[in-house]
Design a protein around this ligand. Structure first.
Ligand SMILES: [Zn+2]
Ligand SMILES: [Zn+2]
Ligand SMILES: [Zn+2]
Length: 361
């Protein structure tokens, strides 16, 4: 019975992916990240749409333990989430997005079906309106992945294929293009959706858990200023040939304090350094790392925490409380999220008032 359900789900996911793949072909010509220039003296200028750009791009590498979750405020007011770490970090991710003032995630990217990237995504999907979803054609039979697909399906959402050559059309002169995976292989890390995001003269490269074999398949221009280092700084990623093409100045590593894998590995840090990285940031040391740019200047800040919230949500029981309610104070951290959304909006998501705290206080 479980087997049949699984086969049905996987089959329906392939249908979803297939159906949405068509959507991508049409979108391909709309906001191309341009081809690599032959003149090597031209650096990052050509990766964005050359010409007009306005506003600010803010990339938050969220503090989510041994996992990845990157929230991006786009210059046209929309936003994107790449990955959602393990399930226990869903509350932190939801709180960060909500308290930054967003109630819809316009673009949701799941780089690959490992739990340290999609573990919290089901709860994220339950707590926000979702626009376009992008995933590689890599599947897993874990409960985490299947529950995520079920939630996506129950919200009537579909999935776009994330693969080399697929563009995400963005406004205000920002451009995003998947440069990998080129092909789907047995190893899930090496199926990671790799996204190149450009704005003005600046660009970012988000590697997921891509390791050297996947890095070596990339043929697109990947010149960047900021690199979200592949696979939490593991020595199996960030190969020399790849780094010589990417030439980042700033490297951000998302990993957990005292993690059992010893990430980041010294040898990977050395390769990054030799390739010209000038600044390193690590979420295990800095908490959330934010890189902001107007298309020219890059500004890095550390330690974002949710602020300005009115409600404390229990995302498990779907009860909402005021910040001073005893139930809110005693709530388990893994169920506790902060929100500044309106009561109506939260009720529409299925939340109900706890009954003992007064929302008018
Ligand atoms: Zn990972
Ligand atoms: Zn992985
Ligand atoms: Zn209460």
């Amino acid at each position: 019975m479980i087997r049949r359900t699984l086969i049905f789900l996987l089959a329906s996911m392939l249908i979803l992916l297939g159906a949405c793949g068509l959507k991508n072909e049409n979108a391909n010509n709309s906001s191309a990240v341009s081809e690599p220039a032959k003149d090597s003296s031209q650096t990052s200028a050509e990766v964005s749409q050359v010409g007009e750009h306005s506003g600010e791009l803010k990339v938050h590498f969220l503090d989510v333990g041994q996992g990845d979750s990157i929230f991006i405020e786009l210059p046209d007011g929309k936003c994107m989430l790449i990955d959602a770490s393990e399930r226990e970090f869903a509350c932190g991710i939801i709180s960060a997005i909500d308290c930054l003032g967003y109630n819809k995630i316009d673009y949701l990217v799941a780089t690959h079906p490992h739990s340290d990237h999609i573990g919290g995504m089901q709860r994220v999907v339950e707590n926000f309106e979702i626009g376009e979803i992008y995933m590689p054609e890599a599947i897993s039979d874990t409960k985490t992945f299947i529950s995520l697909l079920e939630t996506i399906e129950s919200k009537g959402l579909s999935i776009n294929v994330a693969k080399s050559g697929v563009n995400i059309p963005l406004g205000n002169g920002a451009a995003a293009k998947f440069v990998a995976p080129v092909s789907i292989v047995d190893d899930l890390n090496n199926c990671s959706a790799v996204l190149h995001l450009g704005f003005g003269n600046r660009s970012f490269l988000f590697m997921g858990d891509a390791e050297i074999p996947e890095e070596d398949t990339i043929t697109d221009n990947i010149d960047c200023d900021v690199l979200k280092v592949g696979h939490h700084g593991s020595k199996t990623s960030s190969g020399e040939a790849f780094l010589n093409k990417a030439t980042p100045e700033i490297a951000v590593i998302s990993c957990g304090e005292g993690n059992e894998y010893g990430h980041p590995h010294d040898v990977a840090l050395m390769r990054l350094k030799y390739a010209g990285v000038k600044e390193f940031y690590r979420t295990d040391l800095s908490g959330t790392v934010t890189v902001a740019t107007d298309g020219e200047k890059l500004t890095v800040s550390e330690g974002l925490t949710p602020s300005g919230y009115k409600w404390v949500l229990n995302i498990s029981t779907k009860k909402l409380h005021t910040a001073t309610c005893k139930s809110a104070i005693d709530m388990k951290e893994e169920n506790k999220a902060y929100s500044k959304r309106g009561l109506d909006e939260l009720q529409a998501l299925g939340y109900t008032l706890c009954g003992s705290c007064d929302p008018e206080e």
